[in-house]
Design a protein around this ligand. Structure first.
Ligand code: CP
Length: 307
């Protein structure tokens, strides 16, 4: 039995296979309509979500399976003090696979250690969000035709943004990746990721506070929201929340084949006028989230690919 707790739980070869499966699902959806007949997905979301929870549910329904779950801590027995360990032991009796989001870093690892069904980390605090990364990889591969040999700008809240942390872990495994890390000084990529992932893999990167200066060198710009829910102090959040706003003036500085990604939800960091730019890929990215989650459910449940 396998879990997905970090992007590194899949080798590069397995990741590439999963992305190929997701691409085939996109082109031939009806072929996969019954591959999970009789299977159940539990969605345990102890933190708010629109895309991740609903795309998981859409994915399982599209595979012929069914879904059950909780959409907030308040609507489950977590509100009465039940532990993650006890919750997953019970959920293992009700479902074949579980996607879990929790505000505490490491919670998915605790769940996996007690689970008798595959556990998918759908976001654990400010730590990791591996299924968003699979979505991001599929989007980049579809748009650029490759996952290496490019300069990726990561912009915004690089300290608390779990999607950024997981994406860095995944992309450093492809040759020719360079990063420009664009953030206020207080929201830089944590040192443990710079040292253990970027430096350890000899990945070229530079840090800057200036988005305008970086625009022209980027092949991908990955914008992120300042993660209000992770701040200890509302004043700090208010001071930094609008530190970067991507607008059409900034887009004029970018290459014609540069693409803008964002895991969403967005607040102010991308002006709505950018939505009409053909390089704005964030809603397409949300659509790809369904295909990769279909592919992931099939992979973890060891469902055979139909002919
Ligand atoms: N990208 C993402 O995780 O969105 P949700 O918080 O809506 O699930």
């Amino acid at each position: 039995m396998r879990h997905l707790l970090s992007p590194l739980d899949l080798s590069v070869e397995e990741t590439d296979q999963l992305l190929s499966l997701a691409s085939d699902i996109e082109k031939n959806r009806s072929k996969y309509a019954h591959v999970c007949d009789g299977k159940k997905l539990a969605t345990l979301f102890f933190e708010p979500s629109t895309r991740t929870r609903l795309s998981f549910e859409s994915a399982m329904l599209s595979l012929g399976g069914s879904v059950l779950g909780v959409s907030s801590a308040d609507s489950s027995s977590a509100a009465k003090g039940e532990s993650v360990s006890d919750t997953i032991r019970v959920i293992s009796c009700y479902a074949d696979i579980c996607a879990m989001r929790h505000p505490k870093e490491g919670s998915a690892y605790v769940a996996a250690s007690k689970s008798s069904i595959p556990v998918i980390n759908a976001g654990d605090g400010g730590h990791q969000h591996p299924t968003q990364t699979l979505t991001d990889l599929l989007t980049i591969k579809s748009l650029k035709g490759r996952l290496g040999d490019m300069t990726v700008g990561l912009c915004g809240d690089l300290k608390f943004g779990r999607t950024v942390h997981s994406l860095i872990h995944a992309l450093v495994r492809y040759p020719g990746i360079r990063f420009v890390l664009i953030s206020p000084p207080e929201l830089k990529v944590p040192d443990y990721i710079k040292e253990n992932v970027l430096d350890a893999n000899h990945i070229p990167y530079r840090e800057t506070t200036n988005l305008d200066d970086a625009m022209e060198e980027l092949d991908i710009l990955y914008m992120t929201r300042v993660q209000r829910e992770r701040f200890f102090n509302e004043e700090d959040y208010i001071r930094m929340k609008d530190c970067y706003i991507l607008d059409q003036e900034k887009m004029k500085l970018a290459k014609p084949d540069m693409f803008v990604l964002h895991p969403l939800p967005r607040v102010n960091e991308i002006s709505v006028e950018v939505d009409d730019d053909p390089r704005a890929a964030y809603f397409k990215q949300a659509q790809y989230g369904v295909y990769v989650r279909m592919a992931l459910i099939m992979t973890l449940l060891e469902v055979e690919k139909p002919c």
